[in-house]
Design a protein around this ligand. Structure first.
Ligand SMILES: [Zn+2]
Ligand SMILES: [Zn+2]
Ligand SMILES: [Zn+2]
Length: 233
């Protein structure tokens, strides 16, 4: 499952709210009054992402005024999932049920506009498992990471180097000036890591993203090219 990023939407929304002076365009209340500010799209533009609208087609409304602007509560069906973000902690609010949320899903509806909701509301509104599927794959990723970090395949050499062999690739975490570097098949990387854990997490990301495999393929190709050349001369 592809994971999205809400950065564009957040930047756009913040800009609209800023242009409106940080207040609801109808009742004038602000965050300081304890309201949730939302961005309302005054008309629907087919094929536009919520952040691609000209800002003059948008206005800041508090949650209450936004609901009455649309006549009532948001439609229950027909939503499309278009974005995802991890806030790092429970600082988000589901615009559908009001729950505090950490994982934010951006959904849009042709008769309403965009709304940030939690996992359960996203699944319900889109009649899909887009959100729960994404969360499940995140949980599986976290479990694999934990297994990798704690793996007994990691050995510690007398030199203090932590190392393991993964898919015939030799990964070493080499201490250097109180920090650590990654060495892959005897080639030292440039990145510095504060802790061994950071270095292990990075190795895992490189393995999972396929970058490590690609890197080794390139190294092997370089070596083959070198052999071919030396044969030619
Ligand atoms: Zn208002
Ligand atoms: Zn609206
Ligand atoms: Zn919700």
């Amino acid at each position: 499952m592809k994971s999205y990023n809400n950065k564009n939407w957040k930047a756009f929304r913040d800009e609209v709210i800023r242009l409106d002076g940080g207040a609801c365009a109808v009742c004038g209340r602000t965050l300081a009054d304890g309201v949730i500010l939302q961005v309302h799209h005054k008309q629907y533009l087919q094929g536009f992402k919520p952040w691609e609208y000209p800002s003059e087609l948008c206005e800041t409304l508090c949650k209450g005024c936004h609901a009455s602007e649309h006549g009532k509560i948001p439609p229950k069906f027909g939503w499309e999932h278009i974005g995802y973000d991890d806030l790092g902690d429970l600082t988000g609010t589901c615009e559908c049920c009001g729950n505090n949320i950490r994982y934010v899903f951006l959904v849009q509806h042709e008769k309403w506009g965009a709304m940030e909701v939690g996992e359960v509301c996203c699944d319900n509104l889109t009649s899909t498992q887009a959100a729960s599927g994404l969360m499940e794959s995140r949980r599986r990723y976290a479990r694999r990471l934990k297994t990798f970090i704690g793996s007994i395949r990691w050995k510690i050499a007398a030199s203090g180097i932590h190392h393991l062999v993964q898919d015939k690739v030799h990964i070493e975490i080499v201490p250097q000036n109180n920090e650590f570097k990654l060495r892959v098949n005897n080639k030292m990387g440039k990145m510095m890591f504060k802790t061994i854990l950071d270095a292990k997490i990075k190795s895992f990301e490189l393995i999972e993203s396929g970058e490590l495999g690609d890197y080794v393929k390139r190294q092997n190709q370089k070596y083959r090219d070198y052999i071919d050349k030396s044969r030619f001369y």
